[in-house]
Design a protein around this ligand. Structure first.
Ligand SMILES: Cc1ncc(COP(=O)(O)O)c(C=O)c1O
Length: 370
């Protein structure tokens, strides 16, 4: 059996490969999902959604009632929203709807690895634009110079996985006005510390914003995401989504609707999880300073610290840390060539695990003479 050519050079991501090394004793700082469990109220809403909500197909782009809530106050209409099976499916639908073989897709380096892979699956060439340490800013002029006749999409991700950085409004505006279609992945938009990150929503007719409830409501397994874009841009995305997923889970849609219908409760939930991630961020930063001797600028969003390590091959470092120090971190090169020399430490973990895990990394580095 020969797999389709479009999958020939596509492997399980390095993140999956490192996670496969986990043993029950490992401290997992490689994790990409919130260490948050639903509270009593969220569970109650889920029970009600299961008991009273529909179990049938919904319209392909999602129930009108949920799309109204997602569109509320955004300046967009419900028919400019498509509810998807997670943000990942929104991205897949967009790439399938817009990217042809031979096209180019501009993706951040370092950046979430799905972007380049989705471009390749569509037969296109991912072209990277650089984000450079220490603040991981995009050089807009350099990015604009990478646009060619073949550029179909520019992918932007703020707050960033793996960097925790946030892109300023002026940069977003310049990218929105560059010409090609822009996909702004805002799945971490609710996980911020000092100030909410600027959104690309409405910055131009050719911007598609994707997001969802995986990170904000610890609903990673419920697969609830969305895309928002001007009606004409949205049309082919809904068609692609129809053939990929038909519709997002009707249960998850009912639950999302119940959450968004309770803005006061939702606000307090989001404040609570931001405060939790804030405590975990502080613990991670101080352990990184004392154990790894790195003074990292505090990440402005998401729950990742991208930390330089004194070693040239961070894949070997991450594999050895998993085997010898029982700590999982993700090698930075998993996110692109500019990630080499860094590891991604996720602080979506308890303060104990953060302290213990980073302590183990420090001890291992010292024992290895690094
Ligand atoms: C930047 C980024 N985009 C999209 C996703 C996918 O999120 P979802 O669970 O909503 O599919 C992730 C998940 O880790 C992510 O980090």
């Amino acid at each position: 059996m020969t797999p389709a050519k479009r999958f020939a050079d596509i492997e399980l991501s390095l993140i999956r490969q490192i996670n496969a090394l986990a043993t029950p004793l490992c401290i997992n700082l490689g994790i990409g999902e919130p260490n948050v469990e639903p509270d009593e109220n969220l569970r109650k809403l889920a029970v009600e959604a299961a008991a009273n909500g529909s179990w049938h197909y919904t319209p392909n782009p999602g129930t009108l009632s949920l799309r109204k809530l997602i569109a509320a106050d955004s300046g967009f209409e419900p028919n400019e929203v498509c509810v998807t099976a997670g943000t990942e499916e929104a991205l897949f639908s967009i790439f399938q709807a817009y990217v042809d073989p031979g096209d180019e897709v501009l993706v951040p380096n370092p950046g979430f690895l799905a972007y380049a892979t989705l471009a390749r699956i569509a037969g296109a060439t991912p072209v990277t634009y650089d984000l450079e340490p220490p603040d991981w800013r995009a050089d807009v002029d350099a990015l604009l110079k990478k646009i060619t006749r073949k550029t179909k999409l520019i992918v932007v991700n703020s707050p960033s996985n793996p960097l925790g950085s946030v892109i300023d409004r002026a940069t977003l505006q310049a990218i929105a006005g560059a010409g090609p279609l822009v996909v702004s992945d805002e799945v971490y938009s609710e996980i911020w510390y000092d100030a909410p990150p600027p959104s690309m929503l409405g910055l131009s007719e050719n911007v598609i914003v994707v997001g969802g409830m995986s990170k904000s409501h610890a609903m990673t397994g419920l697969r609830l995401g969305w895309a928002i874009a001007a009606e004409a841009v949205m049309k082919p995305i809904v068609t692609a989504h129809q053939y990929i997923a038909t519709c997002a889970s009707s249960f998850s849609q009912s639950l999302a609707e119940a959450i968004l219908m309770r803005p006061d409760w939702n606000r307090s939930w989001l404040e609570k999880i931001r405060a939790q991630f804030g405590r975990q961020r502080d613990a991670a930063l101080s352990a990184i300073a004392s154990e790894l001797e790195v003074d990292l600028a505090p990440p402005a969003g998401a729950f990742y610290a991208f930390v330089p390590v004194p070693a040239c091959d961070t894949v070997t470092v991450a594999k050895t840390l998993a085997a010898d120090a029982a700590v999982l971190v993700i090698p930075g090169v998993a996110f692109g060539s500019l990630g080499e020399g860094f590891v991604r430490i996720s602080y979506a973990a308890s303060v104990d695990d953060i302290n213990h895990g980073i302590g183990q990394i420090g001890r291992w580095l010292r024992a290895a003479g690094r």
